[in-house]
Design a protein around this ligand. Sequence first.
Ligand code: CLR
Length: 264
Amino acid sequence: QDLMTLHSYSPLDGLYNHYPHSLRNIDELCASVVRSHRETSQYRLEELQALRWKVFSREEIQAYQSKTVDEMWQHCAVRLTDAVQYVVEFAKHIPGFRMLSQNDQIALLKTGSMEVVLVRMCRFFNTENNTVFFDGKFAGTEVFKSLACGDLIAAVFDFAHGMCALKLTEQQLALFSALVLINADRPSLEDRVRVQRVHRSVEVGLTHILHRDNHDSLLHKLYQKMAVLRSLCSLHMEKLRWFSQRYPLTAHSLFPPLYKELFA
Ligand code: CLR
């Protein structure tokens, strides 16, 4: 139901295609992407900073660990879907996104929304004790033990650690998230040329911001992260297929509709 509202147009969308790379348009594009990121980021950095040391107690961890595999999967699928909803909202306000066909918007979200959630995870990650904000407190990998996919969890935590090390500003993170989402190589796109054009404009925006921040060297590192993201997401899909085979009923009737629509 959430994907259906994606096709409403804004009169501003066309602007960027006429003079895609004028300085004024680059600034406007960056401002829109940053505003959209801010409005869909769930928590402000200061709020997360204040919660940094609120970790789960031993009893709470044990409660998560004694959940069954399918209970814990369902629980995490709900949390992930919640995060994905915000990414869908974020996407809608990337200049040019709503000009794409509904098919292409969905194709980009299908493969990109999980990647953006993982990019956003670094805001919710405490590198000092390797924990992520989950269910209101900070959780280490042991909290996710009953999912029975330790390799995926370890790889996801590793990625968050590496993203944190780049120390991106909120603006850089916003532009990078948009770049990850608008990817012309995704499968089943109808109009790759148009997606490529939007991708280029976001790329120009990110380059501009990095240059202004005196951080041009980050671009190369960010492209490396994009490769890691692709492998993480195929690992997620592999685990999901494994899970759906073993617990077809949970996967079919208890997973959130949006999770199924995007990943199944
Ligand atoms: C990412 C940034 C979002 C808020 C958010 C919500 C849910 C979190 C997610 C963040 C990070 C990854 C996360 C997820 C819930 C479960 C998932 C902790 C912080 C872990 C890695 C388990 C994945 C399990 C699947 C295989 C089902 O704005």
